[in-house]
Design a protein around this ligand. Sequence first.
Ligand SMILES: [Zn+2]
Length: 387
Amino acid sequence: MNLTQQLVRIPSHKNVPTREKEVAEFIYNFCEDHGIEVEFQHITEDRKNVIAYIRGKGTGNSLMLNGHIDTVTADNMKIPPLAAEVRDGYIWGRGTVDMKGAVACILMTMVAIKRAGIVPDGDIIFTGVIGEEGKSEGTEHIVKSGLKATAAIVAEPSNYKYAVGHRGLEWFDVFVKGKGAHSGRPERGINAIDKAMTFIHRVKEELYPKLKERQNEFMGESVMNFGTIEGGTEQSTVADCVLIRIDRRYILGETVESVMQEYQEIIDVLKEEDPEFDAEIRRTPDSVLDLNHPPMITSMNEPIVNVVRKSIKEVIKKEPQIKTGYGWTDAALLTNYLEIPAVVVGPGDISEAHTQDEKIHINDLVNNVEIYARIIDKFCIEDRIIE
Ligand SMILES: [Zn+2]
């Protein structure tokens, strides 16, 4: 609880000039103070991942526990974002649930293992990563550094459930082009707003029903969202261009190319139907670094899945549910590019994330330290029998 408060009190969102620097350094010092091996992984001058290790014997499973140390901004919060006030059994503030509480749980679990003098079979690795709320720069750097483990836990809030899959994420820009003219003579122009409406209607008519049919039992529905639309120059001028920004969450069986092609086909048909219709689609520039953000899936047959299921069950005394329809997490980079089977399990409710009064229940923090300890115990310490 104390550690969560300390982490929350150090802002680490994109409007902080030094970004995640202070919180990374705080975690570094915390680990040193507790005799835990720790290092930085520099990405830029100020921005760095912080990685901590409890070294194992090298005889068995290693486990990576991943948590992002950045948060979203705190601009419109209704509570003091950095106070980390304790009230009604909760800690309140930006990043309590997404996900400094989870980072504190991982670190406290490592401290407990260290204090108990336990040497696991393989390494226990904490990766405190930057930029998950941006382009996942931190975990992309982990991927490029080739840091490996037998399995991984991504500690995003799952509220006593666990996720073995989630959708991929891609952003697209659709430019609809028109021709400007005086509004008194609209027939001399081509109104890009009119044309954009045609495009949007066609997507709703043709694509929405197709997406509804695409389901994955772990990922949920394939979905899209018209995020922003801007266009035109002034009221008295026929709008000469519109930019539509789309967020697309796609499932297994779909790819960046295939989902982009579906929009392209609609554009091509509209061009054929209407010689004045002109539009282009592209992936939104700078929305990702080098790696795509494909769907994440871990087989239910992976030992780590059973270990997570069992560990939650022991704490909540009933069978935990699988969480479906989860948003993007860094777990997808680990499963797709490092081929590390990963499970999303962490304290608190994801519906609290990014809210104006974000909070986490203290009991959830305590219980999740126990869940993580049980996961490590079963997965990384020999002779544990798993039913
Ligand atoms: Zn998060």
